[in-house]
Design a protein around this ligand. Structure first.
Ligand code: HEC
Length: 141
């Protein structure tokens, strides 16, 4: 009996986790990232506003990561997407100068991003990382 109850609570936990993974990545972005990363801006406007900007705009980050992360070309787009998402997830919790793909000038200006470990749940992290990839498809910086 104990075993069955344990199994059932495990199943409930797993299904709850499934439900949680429907977290809205855009909402997580607005709540957790937008205070530093502007969502959408043109290069010209960025230059005008540079003094007040705290971090590279997310449209730039997304495009930059997609261009810089290369995988051998016989693998498909899904794998590229998964690798970029994995990079974003890792970076949010463990940012580091050596990992950053930002230009040296940007790093000097902004400093390294503060870690958000403990401030963001696994589900929120999954959702926001996927959103950063998907939202900017076809949106160039
Ligand atoms: C307190 C300000 C701040 C917040 C909040 C913040 N970031 Fe950052 N982020 C930065 C700065 C500054 C940089 C540029 C320096 C660097 O690469 O570490 C950066 C860089 C990054 C990079 C690396 C870009 C690259 O090309 O290497 C990613 C990915 C990123 N942020 C994602 C996020 C996500 C996703 C969130 C929200 C969950 C977030 N950031 C919240 C300040 C912030």
């Amino acid at each position: 009996m104990k075993k069955i109850i344990m199994l059932m609570s495990l199943l409930v936990t797993v299904s709850l986790m499934g439900a949680d993974s429907k977290v809205d990545g855009e909402k997580v972005f607005e709540a957790q990232c937008a205070s530093c990363h502007i969502k959408m801006i043109s290069k010209d406007d960025l230059v005008k506003q540079l003094k007040t900007v705290k971090a590279p705009p997310m449209v730039e980050v997304s495009n930059q990561l997609k261009n810089n992360i290369k995988i051998v070309d016989d693998l498909d787009d899904d794998i590229h997407r998964a690798v970029v998402i994995a990079f974003i997830k890792d970076y949010v919790e463990y940012p580091h100068l050596d990992k950053s793909m930002c230009q040296a000038m940007a790093l000097e200006r902004f400093g390294v991003m503060p870690s958000m470990k403990g401030k963001i749940s696994e589900d929120e992290l999954n959702a926001v990382a996927a959103w950063v990839y998907d939202y900017y498809i076809g949106k160039k910086f």
